[in-house]
Design a protein around this ligand. Sequence first.
Ligand code: ARG
Length: 583
Amino acid sequence: MSSFIEEEQTYLKSKIKECGYDSDEVVLNVSSRPEFGDYQFNGVMAMSKKYGKNPRDIATEIVECIKKDNHYQDINIAGPGFINITFSNEALIKHINDLNNNINLNYENDNPKTIFMDYGGANVAKALHVGHLRSANIGEALKRLSNALGNKTIADAHLGDWGRPIGLVMVEIKHRYPDLPYFNPNYTGEYPKESPVTNEDLMEIYPYASSKAKEDESYMEEARLITSQFQEGEKGLMALWHHIMEVSKTDIKRIYDKLNTTFEVWEGESDGYKYIAEMTEYLEKQHIVEDSEGARVINVKEENDDHEIPPLLLVKSNGSASYETTDLACIWERMKKWHPDEIWYLTDARQALHFEQVFRAAEKSHIVDETTKLEFFPFGTMNGADGKPFKTRDGGVMTLEALLDLAKVECEKKILPNITGEERDKVAETLSVAAIKYADLIPFRLTDYNFDPVKFSDLQGKTGPYLLYSTIRMRSLLKKANEANIKYNEYKIINNKLDRDIIICLLNLRSILTKSINVKSLNDITEHLYKITNLYNNFYANHHILTEEDKSLQESWLILTKVIYENNMKLLNILGIEVPERM
Ligand code: ARG
């Protein structure tokens, strides 16, 4: 069984054929003028070239010929040859019953792929900040959408666990506790099992060390040295590295958990690093690596470039690896271990050139197959209420956790007074995540927006909490019907325009899902959720569902409630939003 829209496209194609025409592909678009039809078919323009005929004449012939079919309530011509179609109520009723039997109908996929995703990127020993919020929200939602559409998707947390920040932290620990065994190269005993630092310590140490290094060149030099020493695997420093990793990873995971952001694989830059030697040897054999002032580079310029693309720096003149090299080595590893059809990266737009260089080098050197797609999906930034990059009151970088807390304070005000204690706190947290995620997914991926916790938590607005409130109300209506022993198995009659509009809105989901996955943006899904929920709330206000005397109507309304409820639950889950029991 396929989705309604696919069924309808196949049906219309066969009808057009019966009228003596052939259209390669029949696509039905949601009508922008619903007073003339539910859907529009725009394919006559292409057919007119093929048949050398005026499009309006072809459209007239087709409409005259199909009119006899009672599958359509109305079929008419618009403009130079567009065909408007209004489905019969019977066709819509069949669809709503199909959906009632299987809410997954809109998600079918004949061509599933293996997709590897990179949307974590949190840095070890550093606090997650707002920059990591959008990649987590958009990335997680795209993964869930991709999985719902039948793909196999593997996400890697891809921690920044191998760079200078860790060297800086190590230097500062060394200054504070010079007697720790990690810094004594002659130490032969066992290293302590306990980490010498907590996550709280790290949150204080990194900013301290980072600003100190900016003022003190010898301190910076120490950090460079210690970084290259642990990267070379110096025993004591590696033991310390493991402690820092464990402590920091636990906290990073705690925050990703809060955001319902999950990873199948918890690797990092250090894992790619292991493959650099093997990959470099391969690249050298390909004869694409060149010398450049003591460094080894890969030229990735192409003839028709409209902007400057500098060579990829494979080995720096001091022998160390660059950020590009690490990413290239990660692709090498990912191809070996997972052999994905596609790899998707999400970071803000400033890393565009970096990925362009890396992808070109991977393609040029055949580290990926010709069919493997490497894709970078940048996103816009979240700004403060003044439209400028988000900062704390004293001008510092806002941590992700502080941001969540701001939203939590607002959401807490919206919860029923009889919900208290631990439950109240838990619900406030769920609402705050819903508020932030939904607001983050409303704009098109590349569009910037402003953080506004009051607006994001408004129960009357286009917000996560509004959707949760409405969805919980659908659930409690269904529960009351069950308690009153009202049976509902089949949708039977459409008796007013609002009910019909709701069904049409549900029909559109298939096209919305397809578009969302194609453009890698969730904005049409957030829009759909809002639209259908609004329509439903209207419907709820207009119908007295539980007391309705006409049993066929009551049954139909309950089925519609159930389908919308299931549809909302499924889409909210794709967006990474949880629905509390009550709020
Ligand atoms: N750790 C990086 C940062 O915070 C993001 C990593 C993005 N992914 C990648 N494969 N380079 O900017």
